[in-house]
Design a protein around this ligand. Structure first.
Ligand SMILES: NC(=O)c1ccc[n+]([C@@H]2O[C@H](COP(=O)([O-])OP(=O)(O)OC[C@H]3O[C@@H](n4cnc5c(N)ncnc54)[C@H](OP(=O)(O)O)[C@@H]3O)[C@@H](O)[C@H]2O)c1
Length: 219
């Protein structure tokens, strides 16, 4: 499989590219900082520099052309303000989806966030509200597209703990909790293979079901 990962130097993205490259898939990782190229190459992926907040759709279309699937793993990240939640978490996802459609790449997996279609809880700050709004609007954009076989994956709170291989993966709501980035990456690999599981929104937490079984149960 040829997979393009947007936000290729992200913590989930690096784990995902390692897993895909190790089993022989071809991975192109979209980064915005040339200094990250070596670390991305070390996972087995090929880096391509493209800033998804400034690139024209034609450039992104060129990047994704020939891919079997694209994964949106970018995010403005902690420490960013409300404006970049909109330009990355919403607008870069929309840009990637536009590019995928233009390139005829149907499979689109988006890493979103649990609760993305809930109104922001009272008492959360303005940046959190902007983040949840951006994730929700990026999800809505995908759901409205007929040209993509989209899949929205909403992990709970991410941790850097070692993967467990055990998850809870189902349509929301499944409650709140944590999930390791290792397990998120492994679930994305399994979902890329499960071509019948598309046009769905799935919550993800660590749980009690082996990943293969959790994905098989969705088919
Ligand atoms: N933290 C949580 O508990 C939590 C929970 C649920 C979902 N999520 C979501 O899960 C996703 C992945 O999480 P993660 O921890 O792997 O994220 P991460 O490590 O912050 O990675 C995000 C990547 O996006 C890249 N990026 C930012 N702006 C970009 C741009 N303009 N063009 C291209 N790439 C750009 C960043 O590049 P640079 O390295 O150059 O900045 C970074 O490598 C994020 O969307 C996050 O919001 C997080």
């Amino acid at each position: 499989m040829n997979v393009v990962i947007a936000g290729g130097h992200g913590q989930i993205a690096l784990r995902l590219s390692r897993l895909l490259a190790a089993r022989g898939d071809t991975v192109l990782s979209v980064i915005r900082n040339t200094a990250h190229a070596g670390e991305v190459r070390a996972t087995g992926a090929g880096p391509v520099v493209c800033d998804l907040e400034t690139a024209p759709v034609e450039e992104v279309t060129d990047v994704v052309t020939g891919a079997d699937a694209v994964v949106f793993a970018a995010g403005a990240g902690p420490g960013s303000g409300a404006a970049r939640k909109d330009t990355v978490d919403r607008a870069a996802s929309v840009l990637l989806a536009d590019a995928a459609e233009r390139a005829g790449v149907r499979d689109f997996v988006q890493i979103s966030a649990m609760g993305a279609d809930d109104p922001p809880a009272p008492g959360r700050d303005e940046v959190w509200a902007a983040y949840i709004r951006a994730k929700g609007e990026a999800e809505d954009d995908l759901r409205a597209r007929d040209g993509l076989d989209w899949l929205i994956l909403r992990p709970g709170r991410l941790t850097g703990d070692p993967g467990t291989g055990l998850v809870e993966l189902a349509a929301p709501p499944i409650g709140r909790g944590e999930v390791t980035r290792d397990d998120v990456a492994a679930v994305i690999v399994a979902l890329l293979d499960a071509r019948g599981v598309r046009r769905r929104t799935l919550d993800l937490l660590n749980g009690g079901t082996p990943i293969a079984g959790a994905v098989a149960a969705l088919d």
